[in-house]
Design a protein around this ligand. Sequence first.
Ligand SMILES: [Zn+2]
Length: 282
Amino acid sequence: MQLTDDEIREILRREKRKKRKKQQARRRFISVTLLLIAIAIFAFVKFHPVSEPVPEEEPPRGIIFIDPGHGGSDPGVDNGARYEKDDTLKLGLAVRTYLEGEGFEVHMSRTDDTAVEKAQRAVMANECKAQLMISLHRNQVDGKGEGVEAFIPKLDAKESRLLADNLLNALASQGFAKRTVRAGTLNDPEQDYDEIGGANMPSCLLEVGFISSMEDNTLFDKNLDGNAKAIATAIESTFKTLFEPETESKDSEAASAETPEDAAEDAGSEEASAKEAEKAKG
Ligand SMILES: [Zn+2]
C-alpha cells in the first residue's frame, strides 16, 4: 500500500507529538521527585534540629533534706487508727513539692511507708550534701497539750535556731499555737535526737502539733497544703538568709519599708510567750 505525502506528514507529526509528550512526562517526573526531596530535607531539618544546642538544665538553687519521722515498723505516736508516720509522710511529700517549685533539689529519708534507722537519716542528709535538714514529727501528751514545737541539736547553733524560729512562726501563722525552740531533747539539753544529732548542716526536728489534740489534728488535716507551703516558705527564707545574703539584703530592705505591722505582731507574740511562761511557772 502506498502512502500519500499528506499521510506521511501526518504520521511524522504524530511521532513528534508522542515524543514531546514523553519528554514532558519525564520533566514532570523529575520536578515532582525534586520537590519531594526538598520536602523531605525540610522536614528532617525542622524536626531533627541537630545543630541546635541542647538547652542546659539550670543548677538547683540549693539542696534540702526532708525527713518524714518514723515509718514502716515504727509508727511513732498514735491516736486510735491515726499514726504519726503517716502524717509526717503526707506533710513531707507536700513540702517537697513546694520546695521543688522554688528551684530546690530535695532529698528525703523516705517517700513511702519504709522503716529507716533514726541515726541513718542524718547520715543520708550528710551524704546528699544537704544545706538544711528538717525532721517532721507529731507530738503526744496524756491530757491537754497543743501547738508546734521545735528541737535543734544541743550545740544550739544560731543557724539551726533561725531555721526553727522561722518554722514555728510559719506554722503559727496557719493557726497552730506556738510553743518553744529547745536545744537538745525534751528531757536533756545535753542529748540530741538521733535524727538530727549527726547532721552537719543546720537542722531542726519539728513537732507539727499534737496527735493527741483534736484541734491540732483538724488544723493539720484541713490545711495540709497551707501548712506545707508555710514550712517550705520558712525553709526558703532561712536559706536566703544563710546562703543568698545579697538577694536577702535587697529583699529585707524592700520588706522593712512595709513592716511596722510585723514589728507590732512580733512584740505581741513575745508578750504572749512571756505570759505563757508565767502561766507555766504557776
Ligand atoms: Zn516522732
